[in-house]
Design a protein around this ligand. Structure first.
Ligand code: FAD
Length: 547
């Protein structure tokens, strides 16, 4: 096949599809490239949709990142919007599409790239005819939501689902000054975090006027005519003028499955490291495929924009006849903002390790995002999860500024199969307005290294302390604010002069606010002969999150 005759057809014109199309053109100036999109727009910023609700992205047009005109004029790509691919005929290498008129047409391809994305799960109790109930997955969804908001003076909004999209939507509704209730079936928001790490998000929502109902299942929706009036839950009804359902997505694999392409164990299209499906002429990328997970070592669904864009670039290269490095495995690294808090994570949580029966250890630190003496330092809680041999498994961070940076650094270390020792030795940029000479990443790694070296050992923040001699090394004022009944109080500066009042033969735990001063105290006690002394990792600040 000469370049002249190569015809690349791409189904789905947003994250993965648009990346693939532009890359294919950069690799091959002569190929004929067709981008087929069933919606009216290509390359729109689906990640930006929630921020138009709150007005942070003021203009809807700002969400249209690249237009069909730009694709045509700059890249010579034929963009066919409002056109849905309904069948793939692999024997004749044709795609059947439905035009806006309803007419069917057959389009030939040499290489086909599938990027149809995922579809939001629509619970059976949601009647699609209700005008004030929507998902938020497309520009059409956004327009429907905005129409309801604009048509009522003060709509009461209910968001169902405490994942990324639900959190972003709830934040933006409140940002707009509207009443909002966020309903989640599980006992926590955001399952990419362990429960205690997700706890501050609930407090932050409530501080900003959003009512959060955890452990609450939606049973149905009450309506009058074609308008929903309230959400029925197992703990009562919740009046609503606007309901946004964000309970998750599933990969769009119907076209691929009907064409006989192999699906993987997680339900996504099975692809190799160059995004080729079980048919060598068909590639697939984005939310519809499964990616190998870096830590779990098996295929997983990761419906995020980063993998979709990277995979699109690879598929575009390969389809256009070029060569490139393979797609790397993924970690599900993600970040979300909830008012003044940022929550980010990468790799495995402790909960996933438990479910997967992976042995792990974990430590917590509290740190300022830059030198604490420099004005404006924001605090963060960082949890590091690692194997007993030191291999890093994952991390979670919640706090103010700088959370994303720490998670990205740790994600990079995990990608290169780093250990906590590697993390402790990273040479990171530092000046007081940006960080600390010992960055929070280093601090977490130091604590993990101490843990593995038993120098001294640590105990989990939710441990039952009843069998221990507990030494609380905080100040008297801190004790008043957050008491720890049954503990012996010796402020950290008095441990060296006062340890003789303690029993060195008893198992001993030291406690402070964050674990830092308690580590100093535990180290002193260990060096003066306490055989069994440990530090409560994360201190009282993390212990209090386990309520
Ligand atoms: P999409 O970008 O969804 O594109 C698929 C396109 O294919 C759609 O336009 C669809 O109309 C079209 N299509 C489907 N079937 C057909 C067919 N048969 N024929 C023709 N066209 C078809 N990810 C992040 O990493 N960070 C975020 O902050 C983030 N926020 C998000 C917020 C929202 C509200 C949403 C909706 C998503 C967010 N995501 C985020 C997820 C991210 O947008 C997706 O992972 C990414 O867009 C997936 O790319 P894709 O190409 O697989 O699918």
């Amino acid at each position: 096949m000469t370049n002249q005759s190569l015809r690349i057809v791409i189904i789905g014109g947003v994250a993965g599809g648009a990346s693939a199309a532009a890359r294919a053109r950069r690799v091959n100036a002569a190929a004929e490239i067709l981008l087929i999109e069933r919606g009216p727009s290509v390359s729109f910023a689906n990640c930006g949709l929630p921020y138009h609700i709150g007005g942070e992205i003021a203009q809807r047009d700002s969400l249209l990142v690249a237009t069909p005109k730009l694709f045509r004029e700059r890249f010579g790509i034929d963009v066919q919007t409002d056109t849905e691919a309904i069948e793939i005929n692999r024997d004749t290498k044709h795609v059947v599409v439905r035009r806006p008129s309803g007419d069917l047409e057959s389009i030939a391809y040499d290489r086909l790239i599938l990027s149809p994305g995922a579809e939001p799960i629509r619970p059976p109790f949601i009647d699609p005819n209700l005008q004030n109930v929507s998902t938020l997955w497309s520009l059409g969804d956004l327009d429907r939501v905005m129409q309801v908001i604009d048509s009522l003076a003060a709509p009461r909004c209910v968001v169902i689902g405490g994942g990324f999209v639900g959190l972003e939507v709830a934040e933006q509704i409140a940002h707009r000054g509207l009443a909002c209730t966020l309903i989640e079936r599980l006992p926590q928001l955001l399952r990419t975090l362990d429960p205690e790490m997700a706890r501050p998000l609930v407090d932050e929502f409530q501080r900003n006027g959003v009512s959060v109902k955890l452990n609450t299942s939606v049973m149905g929706i009450l309506s009058e005519g074609n308008l929903a009036t309230s959400v029925q839950t197992d703990s009562g009804d919740c009046p609503a003028d606007l309901i946004i359902s964000a309970i998750g997505v599933r990969p769009r694999v119907q076209l691929a499955a009907a064409a006989g392409l192999e699906l993987g164990p997680s339900g996504g299209v099975r692809v190799d490291d160059w995004m080729r499906t079980s048919d060598e002429n068909i590639l697939a990328v984005g939310d519809c495929v499964e990616y190998p997970h870096r830590v779990l070592g098996r295929p997983t669904l990761v419906p995020l924009a980063g993998p979709a864009n990277r995979a699109g670039r690879i598929a575009g290269t390969i389809a256009a006849g070029g060569c490139c490095a393979p797609m790397r495995s993924v970690l599900g690294t993600s970040v979300v903002r909830v008012f003044g808090l940022t929550a980010a994570s990468t790799g495995l949580t402790a909960a996933i390790c438990d479910a997967e029966k992976i042995s792990y250890r974990s430590v917590y630190i509290q740190a300022a995002h830059h030198a604490s003496y420099f004005p404006g330092a924001a605090s963060m809680t960082l949890k590091l999860v690692y194997q007993p041999d030191g291999m890093i498994l994952g991390a979670q961070c919640v706090g103010g500024a700088g959370v994303d940076k720490r998670i990205d650094v740790i994600a990079t270390a995990i990608s290169f199969q780093g250990t906590v020792e590697d993390l402790a030795g990273l040479d990171l940029a530092y000046a007081p307005p940006y960080g600390s000479a010992k960055d929070p990443v280093h601090m977490a790694a130091f604590v993990a290294c101490n843990d593995l070296a038993d120098a001294p050992k640590i105990v989990a923040p939710d441990s039952d302390l009843s069998g221990y001699q507990v030494i609380d090394v905080r100040s008297a004022r801190e004790l008043e604010q957050l008491p720890l009944p049954g503990a012996i109080h010796i402020p950290v500066d008095e441990v060296l002069s006062n340890y003789s009042v303690l029993d060195p033969s008893r198992p001993t735990v030291t406690v402070c606010h964050s674990g830092k001063r308690a580590h100093v105290a535990a180290s002193i006690l260990k060096s003066v002969g306490f055989a069994n002394v440990a530090n409560l990792t994360g201190g009282m600040s993390v212990r209090s999150l386990f309520k």
